[in-house]
Design a protein. Structure first.
Ligand SMILES: [Zn+2]
Lengths: 481, 502
């Protein structure tokens, strides 16, 4: 039996206004080379000046991942030639990353797994090459867009603590969720603001040795990470069990074929000739700065989930789902606080709200129903103003129209009929029209009464209070005896 | 005396009093350039039109009654590794032959805002790597005192321009002596400020941890005036000093009675030529005569300074120059297979041999295994040297030593022997490693009439003391008043208007 040993490197673009070392906009989607200046184009004589905000985001993230924040941090140059790298070196943090030795707790099948985080560091992104007429080797010419060059990146490197593709998926989800809670990154994989590289090897279960490392690339979604790892685990385990050699290499995930394909051998490790960047002074991170950043930390997803379970007595499943995003959790919490019965609120959010959001593709931030509207609707149910069944219709209307439940109920005449006299009239009418069924009920076929209830609801367009209809029917039928 | 021969402190009051128009002063310099630069070749680019345009604007300002600015109408030469917006900045390299920066270096902005007129860009050793200006890809600059000799380097063009009156003053850059050694070779004043005092933004990086821009002037007073303008905090340079600006001219008081002058004994041994040593000993006597106390001190780790300097500077240079890759600007080799070979061939053709030597050396030093062996050791030496100086400055006000072990050597004499050439900087390198300010001032001439420089070093950000000691010495001597005889200088008819006698 073999077990996989997996480590993940995540690159997250920071959501700062400007780039890491110049004042150019760091926004995605501008026309090519419009977000550039002499500094990020690496013109001779230009110098980098650190974006303090980006660095603070680094501290913020390091703290959220329980890292030790460096007392003195600095930047190093990673030297390599590539056309998308304007200075032909990347300013990064090799020797003194902003944070080290942290961890992230991930819950898998009700079990908490602690994945250690080796380091969190800041670096600048490179530009983008566009190869005209094939890939880089076959291209007729290449174009360079340096808008992305110098955009701040945070690299988060895990220890090889991940033991299954599913764990990798959960780790990434929790990491992304945390970054979103922190508000430091958009984490949009499709725009490249979140990227991951995965290392995987296999070893006999129980062993503490390490197998030959394979690096996986072209992972454009967390699902792709999970699938490619599943494929690799299988591939490597088969090779290992047949005592065949596993080659140290980088493999490309082929989304269409759902396989990994070897790209190039990892020969001698590349020599990046790291050395401290003489253009940037060492940064002394005082305790007071760290404490200030710490005091600004939001409640993180793990903590919030635990609190939801504790304070609102929600099942683990509900708490997980509701804390998936900060906005959803805020939404729930606002409604739950006002309404009181948290589980009912949770049911409505997890049931109707998420269903409608899914169908329409609308995110929680654009949902028209305000938490107080949801509460108002729940109170109408409690008062008997509307039935639970009608409530679903009302809720859909609220979702599409954005009106208050009161207005919708009034406009559409959806108020529940709970007037005994009015209902009695309808019940009598239904009894009259359905003598056959009445006979069956009287003959002891109790379940046939449901049909009669249904008929009453039909007559009232669902507005009758079902409990009262039931009682009235029984009374009248018993009375006829 | 000709108008072009005036120093800044003499010319500025005349401009302020409107005895001389800015245009007249500028034309005087431009005509001098026209007359002598064919022989001296101090300039790579002369900005005639730009200068005249700026001069007219300045006169207009003055005539409108606007107050004169601190360097109003003074012609300045800029070393051609300092970026000037819209003016070619070549670094004396084939690679940047046609490079026109889209931005100004901070110092250039400061100078122009202070009213200075840029008259041209001066020659240097390619990308500031060298000690003779012979490694310029354009042409070697000649020493105005003897056209067979080098002006020193790498700021040889600026030094030659100043002594030949082709500029009122100039900017140079100094990484291991590139201001002070040519200042000594040409008999002018050259100051390398404390690391961080002057912004490096816009200076084509050679060794970022040591590069400094500084004034090269006819006398110490001009030096203080120029420093006043360029020593400013710059948010564009993360290593820039954040202290308040200082008026350095207030320290120009000839008084060194309280001063204790340290003489590092290691600097008076091997390699020091007799004429330089003699001039230096006389200078020591002079200082003593002026009231200073002279003591012998030791810089025990200075033997390793040159080695440490070449390790660190080459390493940093190899990385700094990687951006010159044939892709975004500069020289691009044609007909290449792919971008990798385009970069390789462009660099191969764009750089001269001294630059290549240092890039290869630096790349080697930074590679795995060597980094620990060489780079880290060099950093250790660097901090030891820093401590040596710290210790000395507990008992001394300043240090003095020769600026260079010899006077200007002959063109071609050392170009084939890099190690011999490197020794030219043996006295100027330690202050760069320690980030200290150093100034070279004229202190004598050898028997062949070649100038000799005296280097004064103080602790960090103590340019005030530095200038005071230098000024006191200068005021008590006449070396700075002597000028080279430029035989071919012909004050023709077209220059009479600009360069009248005063
Ligand atoms: Zn920029």
């Amino acid at each position: 039996m073999f077990e996989p040993v997996i480590g993940i490197e995540v690159h997250a673009q920071l959501k700062t206004e400007s780039k890491l070392f110049c004042s150019c906009s760091a926004r995605f989607g501008a026309s090519p080379n419009s977000n550039t200046c002499p500094v990020c184009l690496g013109l001779p004589g230009t110098l980098p000046v650190l974006n303090k905000k980006a660095f603070e985001y680094g501290i913020r993230t390091a703290l959220a991942f329980n890292c030790k924040v460096a007392e003195i941090s600095g930047f190093d140059r990673k030297n390599y030639f590539y056309p998308d790298l304007p200075k032909n070196y990347q300013i990064t943090q090799q020797a003194s990353p902003v944070g080290v030795n942290g961890y992230l707790d991930v819950v898998i099948d009700d079990e908490t797994r602690r994945i250690r985080i080796k380091r969190v560091h800041l670096e600048e992104d490179a530009g983008k090459s566009i190869h005209e007429g094939g890939d880089i080797t076959g291209a007729v010419f290449s174009l360079e867009d340096y808008n992305r060059a110098g955009v701040p990146l945070l690299e988060i490197v895990s220890e090889p603590d991940i033991r299954s593709p599913k764990e990798a998926y959960e780790y990434l989800s929790m990491l992304r969720r945390t970054l979103l809670y922190l508000g430091v990154s958009d984490c949009k994989m499709e725009e490249g603001s979140l990227r991951c590289d995965v290392n995987i090897s296999v070893r006999p279960k129980g062993s503490d040795s390490f197998g030959t490392l394979v690096e996986l690339k072209n992972l454009n979604s967390f699902r792709a990470v999970e699938r490619s790892l599943e494929y690799e685990v299988k591939r490597q385990s088969e090779l290992a069990s047949e005592n065949k050699e596993i080659i140290r290499e980088t493999r490309h995930w082929d989304e269409e074929g759902q396989t990994t394909v070897g790209m190039r051998r990892k020969g001698l490790a590349e020599d990046y000739r790291f050395f401290p960047d003489p253009d940037l002074p060492r940064l002394i991170i005082g305790e007071s700065w760290i404490e200030k950043v710490r005091s600004d930390l939001p409640e993180l997803p793990g903590e919030r989930k635990a609190r939801f379970i504790r304070d609102y007595e929600l099942p683990e499943y509900d708490a997980s789902l509701l804390t998936d995003t900060q906005q959803l959790a805020d939404y729930f919490e606002e409604a739950a606080k006002e309404y009181g019965h948290a589980k009912t609120v949770s049911n409505w959010i997890m049931g109707e709200l998420l269903r409608l959001m899914n169908v329409t593709g609308i995110g929680i931030e654009s949902v028209k129903i305000r938490p107080c509207d949801l509460v108002a609707m729940l109170k109408m149910i409690d008062k008997g103003t509307i039935s639970g069944k009608i409530a679903k219709t009302v809720f859909e209307e609220m979702f599409t129209q954005g009106k208050s439940p009161g207005d919708i109920v009034k406009e559409k005449g959806l108020v529940q009929i709970a007037d005994e006299d009015e209902l009695t009239k309808i019940v009598d009418l239904v009894i009259q029209d359905n003598q056959k069924v009445v006979e069956q009920v009287k003959a002891g076929k109790d379940r046939a009464i449901g049909f009669l209830v249904g008929q009453v609801m039909k007559e009232t367009k669902g507005r009758a209070n079902p409990q009262m209809v039931n009682e009235l029917l029984r009374q009248r039928l018993a009375g006829e005896n | 005396m000709k108008l072009s021969e005036l120093g800044a402190f003499e010319l500025l009051p005349m401009i302020k009093r409107k005895e001389v128009s800015v245009e007249e002063a500028t034309v005087g310099i431009l005509n001098k350039i026209k007359a002598v630069d064919r022989d001296i070749q101090a300039y790579i680019t002369v900005t005639n039109e730009h200068a005249l345009q700026r001069a007219k604007e300045a006169d207009l300002r003055l005539n409108e009654g606007k107050p004169p600015r601190p360097l109003e109408g003074l012609s300045v030469a800029i070393k051609d590794n300092i970026c000037t917006k819209g003016i070619k900045t070549t670094g004396a390299s084939v690679y940047l032959e046609d490079f026109v920066p889209p931005y100004d270096a901070t110092v250039v902005r400061l100078l122009e805002d202070a009213g200075a007129i840029i008259v041209g860009k001066t020659n240097l050793d390619e990308l500031a790597m060298g000690s003779s200006t012979e490694s310029s890809a354009m042409f070697p600059t000649k020493n105005p005192w003897d056209l067979q000799r080098v002006p020193g380097g790498s700021s040889g063009g600026s030094a030659a321009a100043v002594i030949a009156d082709e500029a009122v003053f100039a900017l140079g850059s100094d990484t291991g002596g590139s201001i002070r050694q040519p200042a000594a070779f040409c008999g002018i004043v050259g100051l390398k400020p404390t690391y961080g005092l002057v912004s490096r933004y816009g200076l084509i990086g050679y060794a970022s941890s040591m590069d400094q821009i500084g004034p090269m002037t006819k006398n110490v007073r001009d030096c203080a005036m120029l420093l006043n303008v360029i020593a400013r905090h710059d948010p564009k340079d993360a290593q820039s000093y954040t202290g308040e600006p200082v008026d350095y001219t207030q320290f120009l008081i000839p008084d060194i009675n309280e001063v204790i002058v340290g003489v590092p004994k290691e600097f008076l041994n091997k390699g020091l030529s007799k004429s330089v040593k003699d001039a230096f000993m006389k200078a020591l006597n002079k200082l003593e005569g002026l009231g200073a106390k002279v003591v012998e001190v030791s810089l025990p780790h200075s033997d390793h300074a040159l080695a440490a300097y070449y390790v660190i500077s080459s390493a940093e240079a190899s990385s700094n120059l990687a951006r010159l890759d044939g892709i975004r600007y500069g020289y691009r080799a044609a007909g290449c297979e792919d971008s990798a070979s385009m970069t390789a061939i462009s660099r191969g053709k764009g750089f001269g041999s001294e630059v290549k030597r240092r890039i290869v050396l630096g790349t080697h030093i930074l590679s795995k295994g060597n980094f620990e062996k060489y780079f880290n050791d060099a950093l250790k030496i660097r901090s030891l040297i820093f401590r040596d100086f710290e210790k000395i400055f507990k008992e001394c006000t300043c240090l003095v030593c020769p600026s260079s072990p010899t006077v200007a050597f002959r063109i071609g004499e050392k170009i084939r022997d890099p190690l011999e050439m490197y020794l030219s900087d043996v006295y100027t390198v330690p202050p760069n490693l320690a980030g200290l300010p150093g100034i070279s001032i004229p202190c004598g001439f050898d028997e062949e009439g070649m100038p000799i420089g005296l280097q004064i070093i103080t602790k960090q950000f103590d340019e005030a003391t530095l200038l005071q000691v230098a000024y006191t010495f200068e005021q008590a001597t006449d070396f700075h008043k002597k000028k080279p005889q430029l035989q071919k200088y012909d004050c023709g008819s077209e220059s009479t208007r600009g360069d009248r006698n005063v």
